[in-house]
Design a protein around this ligand. Structure first.
Ligand code: ADP
Length: 473
């Protein structure tokens, strides 16, 4: 079976968040399961493309409105990722450093989808399944059924995976002039409330859609940034398939990004040394329990609540715990975190920015991972944290609820329902009570239990395969 994934991110080529991690792992595990999986993504001018050999396998042209663009299809030559990686380069449009946030982002993703399909048709490449991820690739199922120039692909089953339903790629209808010619009678498939909505088009036109956890699927029926009724109306073709983690990348024994590698058996010592390293670098007492937050500073992640939580904790529990925040995003949140960090520098470390290596080191050093997410489609941080022997303290929502069992129910984490400053502070206090009441031996047992949990991709890969087979047959 030949599957082509279309996505905006793929680890380690270009990553902003969990979307990249999934695209860097799922196709690899699919190949191990006998599926020929490729990833087709835009070309970004990042370290990966500078440091690896890429070969041009096709060159073509697309007309986008009044602009004629040359495009190059590049293939990574050494099978570095464990699956075929294809990059679509369009000089002037898809050859920049960042993945998102350009004012002409809509044109970039329109051109990406157009060129990618053009290449498939021109080279007679008709996969068994086309798998689209999030709104950046949301027009593909519409195009292959309704744009004459892609008729060669008509009838190929399409799967959509919703990694994040908050972002939908809205465009006003002027953008239609930039699209390849399509059957205008079918315009309604692109529309949602008077705008072109690529995520809505994806859900309407795909053969099946999946979400990255079962819990998130049900949440979308009531909270999907305006698309609730659509997700509900299309629920007969919906599936919740939880993400896995790449256990080759996330392995404390072999992870090259760690300063100190350790096995499950040596977790106590391993985490002590890792925490000492971080403590020395950031001037924090390594004997105190360490809580960490890693992620985008966005409302979804509850990052806006962190400063007030710290104020409350430092007022009541100062001297009992340390915190590490790694992330970036909303500038107001960044500024207020910088301010409070200066005030409580002995107990709060802050790294503003994206740093993959530091993230690995922080997961390995932490005693607790704090995830006060308001919305969490799957959440990978808690999975990585657990794999690195860290206890998750998470809001009971979406994928967090699906993957973390509370200690009070015989589990291994702390789940809280109240997503307010006091609710989060209480959860931290509960975590500290456990820390204080548990002796070192029991704590080590808990860490080993966490590290042994099975969140590998094999199970989820099987579920995707079942879905593909169902659609093909
Ligand atoms: P998202 O909604 O951002 O995709 P996920 O939990 O699914 O959230 O995935 C987040 C991924 O991004 C994880 O691999 C996490 O370690 C990583 N990450 C987030 N912020 C940072 C950062 N500032 N530096 C390094 N890694 C980060």
């Amino acid at each position: 079976m030949r599957v082509i994934h279309f996505a905006a991110e793929c680890y380690p080529v270009a990553k902003v968040g969990g979307l990249a991690d999934v695209l860097g792992a799922l196709p690899k595990y699919q190949r191990k399961a006998g599926i020929t999986a490729s990833v087709v993504m835009p070309f970004y001018n990042k370290a990966f493309v500078q440091n690896n050999e890429l070969e041009i396998v096709y060159e073509g042209q697309i007309q986008q409105g009044h602009s004629l663009y040359d495009y190059h299809v590049l293939k990574e030559r050494s099978d570095l990722l464990g699956f075929e990686l294809i990059l679509i380069k369009i000089p002037g449009l898809l050859d920049r450093e960042e993945i998102y946030s350009y004012p002409d982002e809509s044109e970039q993703f329109l051109a990406f989808q157009h060129a990618a399909l053009n290449w498939l048709c021109d080279t007679n490449l008709r996969p068994d399944i086309i798998h689209c991820h999030d709104h950046h690739t949301g027009l593909i199922p519409f195009y292959i059924e309704n744009a004459k120039q892609f008729a060669y692909l008509k009838g190929v089953p399409t799967v959509a995976t919703v990694h994040n339903g908050q972002y939908q790629g809205w465009q006003n209808w002027d953008s239609a002039a930039l699209m390849p010619a399509f059957d205008t009678w079918r315009w309604g498939l692109l529309d949602w409330n008077g705008l072109i909505n690529p995520l809505a088009a994806l859900i309407k036109c795909c053969w099946a859609y999946t979400t990255v956890s079962e819990g998130y699927l049900h949440e979308l029926y009531t909270r999907a940034n305006g698309l609730e009724s659509l997700f509900k109306a299309e629920q007969d073709k919906s599936y919740g398939i939880v993400n896995g983690i790449d256990t080759d990348v996330w392995n404390t024994l072999t992870d090259p990004m760690l300063n100190h590698n350790f096995s499950q058996a040596a977790v106590k010592k391993g985490k002590e040394i890792s925490k000492k390293n971080i403590g020395e670098q950031y001037g924090m007492d390594e004997t105190l329990p360490l809580f960490v937050f890693i992620g985008r500073f966005a409302l979804e992640k509850g990052a806006d609540l962190l400063v007030s939580v710290f104020e409350s904790i430092f007022e009541n529990l100062k001297g009992q715990a340390n915190f590490f925040v790694l992330g970036s995003g909303d500038k107001n949140i960044e500024a207020s975190l910088l301010k409070i960090q200066k005030q409580f520098s002995q107990h709060l470390a802050l790294f503003i920015g994206y740093n993959e290596e530091l993230a690995h080191q922080v997961y390995a050093s932490a005693d607790f991972l704090l995830m006060p997410s308001r919305i969490e489609p799957c959440g990978l941080n808690q999975l990585y944290a657990m794999r690195y022997g860290t206890v998750p303290v998470v809001h009971a929502t979406g994928g967090l609820k699906d993957t973390v069992i509370d200690m009070n129910e015989g589990g291994y984490g702390i789940l809280f329902n109240d997503i307010t400053v006091s609710g989060i502070a209480e959860a931290i206090q509960r975590a500290l009570q456990h820390w204080n009441a548990t002796d070192q031996k029991q704590w080590t047992t808990l860490r080993k239990k966490l590290m042994k949990l099975d969140f590998s991709w094999e199970k989820s890969t099987r579920k995707y395969t079942e879905l593909y087979n169902k659609l093909i047959n």
